[in-house]
Design a protein around this ligand. Structure first.
Ligand code: MCN
Length: 793
């Protein structure tokens, strides 16, 4: 290996190639793109959580300066455009499919949440479009709204969709009820816990944006959009919404400044921009502002659960029973039905050898923004539940929480859980041991005593998590209701001069694919990192792709590249054998050089690349000119990253402020391509977990349905000084279900960390439960509730 490649190959912390353009302001985000004759859109949004639209008067707005067109739901209906869809069908326990209320691009006769899209104004400038939207006169008949999760299924709750009585979209179950009941019947002890998984509002740095452009000459549409999965957007917009036939629609997701799940979905704004560009005959740009993002980007989490764990006399887990009500918001978003079901119930076994599990989930509508996948998507909710109840159970039976977990760990693999998943490989004790060592668990009692002397409450909490990612084997997800396959595709194009373009169906919006994907190619072909270009995010360039979510781009996207590289290597060896007059089996390819074994004959990579395109020496062979190969890769199983996070907090009882004083994360991500990028992913994930556990909460007024946390004044994002210096470690076990041995790392921090933090907070306060986010006010109130007299004194 050349010195250069040995610094940047697989396993090396190569610096991110893409960062130069990002940190020097040279990125090309959707809002940076301006098209000739471009116009601007603004959306009029509902001020009511629930109202009938009696009429919409656009006459004043139409006269306003710069206005080119105004569209309402009726205009869209006239064109017979379909509504926005949910791509995953969940079946209720009675065998009925989920009950789906229509989701029009622009509201027709009813608005169902504050921020719902009512009209689109297109004008010469953004300011003119926004000013004209203010002049639209909508006559609303305001109706009572259903907001609260705990009461939305009551008989007297206002209905979101007539199609879904009691606001219930589905009543889903998983696991064996009878076996679980039997486990509880023979239990020595039952531990129960009521849990809330707080609603979160994604806040990527770049707000969502779109430009729709129609070419009258060719009939082609182009949509630039902030998407994590441009091909899926094209499929949905063509096959289901009907904006344009698939081959006449090009979707480009250029540089995207973070998504965290919220840019997977196909929203009203980009749909309307693409559709209306043909009506207006000019390109239409929309860039959302932060307030719009708060109101109508899909939110995350929002569960109410009752969990019960059955134990025998030795503290062995016998069964888990769970009932969850999951908020879906006012409409089903693109993947929303899958999140509280197959991405949640299937992970409730955690790292434990739990013989029986039964989970019931009611997916419900409320008059709030749609809820869909947000970093972790279902798996943070499952991990929170099992790790909170595990810690609580250990404390109740007086066993050390680490020992309790150790007693219940899965130890032999493969392990079939009672909830579909088949864990392929892992070593849970290794990560637990390493994390305990790193945090100096033995020294905790003296640290706690020392804190007490300073008047502070110190607590420690564990989270031994597992998640399923690398989504996903197509046959498996198809059998569970997915409308798409979840394979990935790649094409490796070797140019005549030997450098390489790699086209991938994955999409990078912060994860560093341009570096890690290039590291794989550079290591395999023995070319410098800078000779590899990763191309993604354009449906006209990449044939197809399923995009990036579910921490799948490493395990699935890179595996597709690896398969294409296998084919490249096979063909290149054939060419080398022909040109050097040797048998293919005698060709050795190492460090970018083809050698005929046992001879001094060799060809360098660049020499062979050129020969592949000149094809001068191919006469008399069956070789085709060129060196370009593609592959589709469908994984055989999910990947199961797992590990142990331990959090140590110190609470000031006078103010209720929680400070994370120590945080250790030891993870198993299988083979690691770039440890620096993986560490960054873990840092980011934990930061979001800290946000969920201590700071962030999307709150609607229970009566009016107004979003009370619609800005950074009310919605508290984690800042640098909320985070400690993380101590990270890795205990890899190689994943057997992909050729690279990788497991996903992009969501682990957000999945693992919240229960570790809340377990530490409840330990410090010596209480059973505190709702997330454990804000200073809540912590202080919990302390007062424990010691009302002391507080009064
Ligand atoms: N990687 C590696 N070794 C491994 C696993 C991964 O070197 N064993 C590298 C990969 O090559 C890739 C990165 O780590 O460069 C993340 O890989 P992976 O875990 O496969 O996750 P994805 O690339 O599919 O990213 C999706 C994941 C998800 S689901 C969310 S949500 C999320 C996340 O990544 N959103 C992010 N991380 C984010 N990071 C940023 N900056 N912005 C977002 O929006």
């Amino acid at each position: 290996m050349t010195a250069e490649i040995s610094e940047t190959g697989i396993g090396k912390p190569a610096r991110r190639k893409e960062d130069f353009r990002f940190i020097t302001g040279s990125g090309h985000y959707t809002d940076d793109i301006n098209r000739p004759r471009q116009t601007h859109a603004s959306f009029l949004r509902s001020p009511h959580a629930h109202a009938k639209i009696r009429s919409i008067d656009t006459s004043e707005a139409e006269k306003a300066a710069g206005v080119l067109a105004i569209f309402t739901g009726k205009d869209i209906a006239k064109d017979e455009l379909g509504g926005l869809i949910c791509g995953w069908t969940v079946t209720s326990k009675d065998g009925e499919p989920m009950k789906v209320g229509p989701h029009p691009v622009l509201a027709l006769d009813t608005v169902r949440y504050v921020g719902d899209h009512v009209a689109m104004v297109v004008a010469e400038t953004r300011e003119q479009a926004e000013a004209a939207a203010e002049l639209i006169d909508v006559d609303y008949d305001a109706l009572p709204a259903t907001v609260t999760l705990a009461t939305c299924q009551n008989a007297d709750a206002p209905q979101v969709h007539p199609e879904a009585p009691h606001n219930t979209c589905f009543e889903w179950e998983l696991g064996n009820k009878a076996e679980t009941e039997a486990a509880f019947a023979k239990a020595d002890r039952i531990v129960s816990l009521d849990l809330e998984n707080n609603r979160l509002i994604p806040n990527a740095m770049e707000p969502r944006a779109a430009i729709g452009e129609f070419d009258k000459g060719t009939g082609d549409y182009t949509l630039w959009t902030t998407s994590q999965n441009p091909h899926v957007a094209r499929l949905v917009l063509s096959a289901f919404v009907g904006v344009a036939p698939e081959h006449k629609l090009r979707v480009i997701a250029p540089d995207v400044g973070g998504g965290f799940g919220s840019k997977i979905f196909i929203y009203a704004e980009e749909t309307a921009c693409a559709w209306a560009s043909a009506k207006v005959g000019r390109p239409i740009k929309w860039t959302g502002n932060r307030s719009e993002a708060f109101l109508s980007d899909a939110h995350g989490r929002d569960h109410l659960s009752k969990a019960e764990l059955a134990l025998d006399t030795d503290g062995k887990m016998l069964g888990l029973r769970v009932k969850t009500v999951a908020n879906l918001g006012a409409y089903l978003s693109t993947f929303s039905a899958a999140v509280p079901t197959y991405l949640y119930g299937t992970l409730l076994s955690g790292q434990y050898d739990l013989p029986a599990i039964h989970v019931e989930v009611d997916g419900v509508y409320t008059h709030t923004a749609p809820v869909d996948a947000y970093r972790g998507a279902g798996r943070p909710e499952a991990t929170y539940l099992i790790e909170r109840i595990a810690e609580t159970a250990a404390r109740e039976i007086g066993m050390d929480p680490a020992e309790f977990r150790r007693k219940n760990f899965v130890r032999t693999f493969p392990h079939q859980t009672p909830v579909i998943m088949n864990y392929d490989v892992g070593n849970y004790e290794a990560s637990l041991d390493a994390a305990m060592e790193a945090i100096d668990y033995k020294g905790f009692p003296s640290r706690r005593a020392e804190a007490e002397k300073r008047g502070k409450l110190r607590g420690i909490g564990f989270s031994t998590y597992i998640e399923a990612c690398g989504l996903a084997p197509s046959a498996a997800v198809g059998s569970l209701g997915a409308g798409v396959g979840l394979w990935e595709s790649a094409e490796v194009r070797v140019n005549p001069t030997g450098n390489i373009d790699v086209l991938t169906g994955s999409h990078s919006h912060g994860q560093g694919h341009e570096t890690t994907f290039a590291q794989l190619v550079s290591s395999r072909l023995g070319v410098p990192l800078d000779d590899v270009e990763i191309v993604h995010g354009d449906t006209d360039k990449v044939q197809f792709g399923m995009g990036t979510y579910g921490s799948r781009s490493g395990a699935v996207g890179m595996s597709a590249i690896s398969r294409a590289l296998d084919k490249i290597e096979t063909k290149a060896k054939k060419i080398a054998a022909h040109l050097m007059e040797a048998a293919v089996d005698d060709i050795v390819f190492e460090n970018g050089t083809f050698t005929v074994q046992g001879t001094d004959k060799s060809m360098a990579w660049a020499e062979l690349s050129l020969a592949a395109y000149t094809a001068h020496g191919f006469a008399g062979s069956d070789l085709e000119p060129g060196l370009k190969e593609g592959a589709f890769y469908d994984p055989t199983n999910f990947t199961f990253p797992a590990g142990c996070h331990i959090c140590e907090v110190e609470i000031d009882p006078d103010t209720g402020v929680t400070k994370i004083v120590n945080f250790v994360a030891v993870d198993d991500f299988g083979t690691i391509i770039n440890p620096m990028i993986v560490e960054g992913q873990v840092h980011g994930g934990i930061a979001q977990g800290v946000g969920q556990a201590l700071l962030e909460h999307g709150i609607y007024d229970p009566e009016s349905g107004q979003l009370m946390t619609g800005s950074y004044m009310d919605y508290c994002m984690p800042r640098a000084d909320d985070l400690p210096t993380f101590k990270l470690g890795f205990t890899p076990t190689e994943c057997p279900s992909n050729p690279l041995g990788m497991k996903g790392c992009g969501e682990a921090g957000a999945i693992a960390s919240p229960p570790a933090i809340i377990n530490a907070v409840t330990d410090a306060l010596s209480i059973r439960e505190i709702a997330m986010p454990a804000t200073p006010a809540r912590v202080w109130a919990a302390l007062q509730a424990k010691q009302p007299r002391a507080a009064a004194e």
